[in-house]
Design a protein around this ligand. Sequence first.
Ligand SMILES: Nc1ncnc2c1ncn2[C@@H]1O[C@H](COP(=O)(O)OP(=O)(O)OP(=O)(O)O)[C@@H](O)[C@H]1O
Ligand SMILES: [Mg+2]
Length: 474
Amino acid sequence: MCRKDAIIRGKVYVLGDNVNTDLIIPAKYLNLVPTISEEYAKLGSLALAGLPDSCPRFVAKGLEKTDYPVIVAGRNFGCGSSREHAPIALGAAGARAVVAQSYARIFFRNAITTGELFPLESAERLCDALRTGDEVEINMEASTLVHPASRRVFALKPLGAAAPVIRAGGLFAYARAAGMIHAAPAAEPSGKAEAAVPGDSPASDAAIAASGDRATRIIAVANQKGGVGKTTTVINLAACLARMGSKCLVVDIDPQANATSGIGLRIQQGASLYTALLGSGSIEPLIKKTAWANMDVIPSELDLAGSEVELARLDGYLHKFRAVLHPLARRGIYDFIFVDCPPSLGILTMNGLTAADSLIIPIQCEYYALEGLSVISRLMEQLRDSGANPAIEIEGVLMTMYDGRTKLADQVVEEVRRHFGDRVYSTLIPRNVRLSEAPSHGLPGIDYDARSSGAVAYMRLAKEVLDRARRRQE
Ligand SMILES: Nc1ncnc2c1ncn2[C@@H]1O[C@H](COP(=O)(O)OP(=O)(O)OP(=O)(O)O)[C@@H](O)[C@H]1O
Ligand SMILES: [Mg+2]
């Protein structure tokens, strides 16, 4: 199954008008049964196999997955016979969205009920504006498709109520999750993940076995916008607090696993929260030691992406992370647990926010900084109002990648301060190349170059975080 995030980035595959279902998946392959995993994969390898040989292959010979997560087309996409296999084949190949001018009704419906991919509509004729291989970014929250090379932004029609159905993994998964029909039995634990989890270096048994008396604060670092400094903040803030004597745990819930590798851990298949989230056991065996005495990590890896789809099938799927994290927090071993969230408002991020006491929102000092902030503010209100996490609060808003030489940066900071008041940290994190080099060495900024402006800023931020914690206790 494909990931169903709020941001979809990658190459486009461009088609014209009236792409029919026989081009998408020729009738001779309809004997393949999508619920059998090998046949599902085979269907993916055959996606768009009905196109003439003169077209570039959508899935390269010998492969099961495409290089093109986005298909762009003209009018009446998916016309012809009403086969459900059409969206399934595209989804199985790894396509995550089609952006067409219009759809054959049945294809549109099948895409939603199977949850395989987003059938998006554009007012403009994108198949004339883009070429196969162009890189684009679809923002589901903003309903836009951006073509960075030409700096063009195309409006998409919002999917409305269909979007959560697709995110949940289709109509049945959605209905189960919403309690409309009985939930499927909990997924069987995947042996693969369980076997790999203990890994090379679980954190010292002594540290985990002994309970402490620390008042653990769980802080999610989230912003659905990508590349704003979430992971850099998690790594550096945790490292600075650890240096100052606080015991920190970093939990990486982003399948990109940047926090895991940035702290110097090898990314290991199976070593993530996957099985714990699906209800198979405690998370304590997942905790790994790092090179720093006061800092532990629960790592991530790409397979965690699959848990979103699995989670969507379970009752109470927003609380799965909370259910396994809170028993650990109650043991008082850590002062801070930082949760590094993916750049989306998908099920993993929602689990992070439901589990957290508070939220740090990093905001990049750039023109579009405020875009999407209303989304996250609204989301927090929903978490409170729905009872999913009534106590969640904003820990702080952090301005990142600040460049004091530009007037724009100061304007953005001013604007964010007007909006969030004293919840904005007075520390500004400067744009600093040493901070961007450090992760490839598996080091936080203070260990890579303690005197760099970035490392100094994160030390200052750590003091601010501690000050706020003290003030809360007074
Ligand atoms: N203050 C900074 N100065 C310079 N480069 C930075 C700074 N903060 C982050 N970066 C770099 O910017 C990129 C994005 O940062 P980071 O990975 O922390 O963002 P993110 O919000 O976690 O991204 P994603 O949304 O993909 O998870 C990385 O290459 C990082 O090294
Ligand atoms: Mg990140």
